[in-house]
Design a protein around this ligand. Structure first.
Ligand SMILES: [Zn+2]
Length: 218
């Protein structure tokens, strides 16, 4: 009787070992991690805004998104499971970006952009929420918490000027908010010489990436 019990326990143990061997360790624990989707705005033939110094919005957003991936893995010891909507300089439609949200159902969706204005003196950061979703909606409530945190970190740590939280009917927000908290961040004006020059330097891209990661509150 005892032997049969031992054999059964041994069998279970062997099955457990096989499972542990086959499943990557990070997948076993991944459920505890918050899933964040970073949307690097524009890409491919869509360059986005063009900088006073000829920099392109699509390159800046991708560089920041990739630096966020890198810092999450290295400096911060992998607290989040991060996914990008694009990993290369490719054109992805807005609806394909939000389809990824519907498939992956992340805990937070952040769309990265840089601003542009006719007035060359316009400066500062803006964080957008969807304008037709009530703040009573749980995803919208969480979006606002992250938006406030982003403004706080980017102004206090990096010295950005805040233009505040704004609301707009952007497609990526409209089609994501039912699934996840969703924000769109405008990280300074490429039409302003100072802010365009700031975004040109790798050390500032890295600083922005780290600040954005630090501001994630979910
Ligand atoms: Zn943009």
């Amino acid at each position: 009787m005892r032997n049969r019990k031992n054999t059964a326990t041994m069998k279970q143990f062997k099955i457990l070992l096989i499972v542990l061997f086959l499943v990557p360790v990070n997948m076993l624990f991944s459920q505890e991690k918050k899933v964040i989707m970073i949307d690097a705005g524009h890409g491919g033939i869509d360059s986005g805004a063009l900088g006073a110094n000829h920099s392109r919005e699509k390159d800046i957003t991708l560089a920041i998104a990739k630096a966020m991936l890198m810092y999450n893995r290295t400096l911060l010891d992998n607290p989040y499971e991060l996914y990008l909507t694009r990993y290369k300089d490719t054109l992805i439609s807005l609806s394909h970006r939000t389809q990824l949200v519907h498939v992956l159902r992340p805990d937070l969706f952040i769309s990265l952009h840089c601003n542009h204005a006719k007035n060359e003196k316009a400066t500062g950061i803006e964080v957008y929420l969807h304008n037709k979703t009530s703040l009573k909606n749980e995803n919208q409530m969480e979006s606002k918490v992250v938006a406030l945190s982003m403004i706080e970190v980017l102004t206090e740590r990096l010295g950005y000027r805040s233009r505040g939280i704004k609301r707009a009917n952007f497609q990526v927000l409209r089609e994501s908010i039912a699934i996840s908290p969703a924000i769109l961040v405008e990280l300074g004006f490429l039409s302003n010489t100072d802010e365009a020059s700031y975004l040109e330097l790798e050390k500032n891209i890295n600083a922005l990436a780290l600040a954005l990661l630090m501001a994630i509150k979910i």
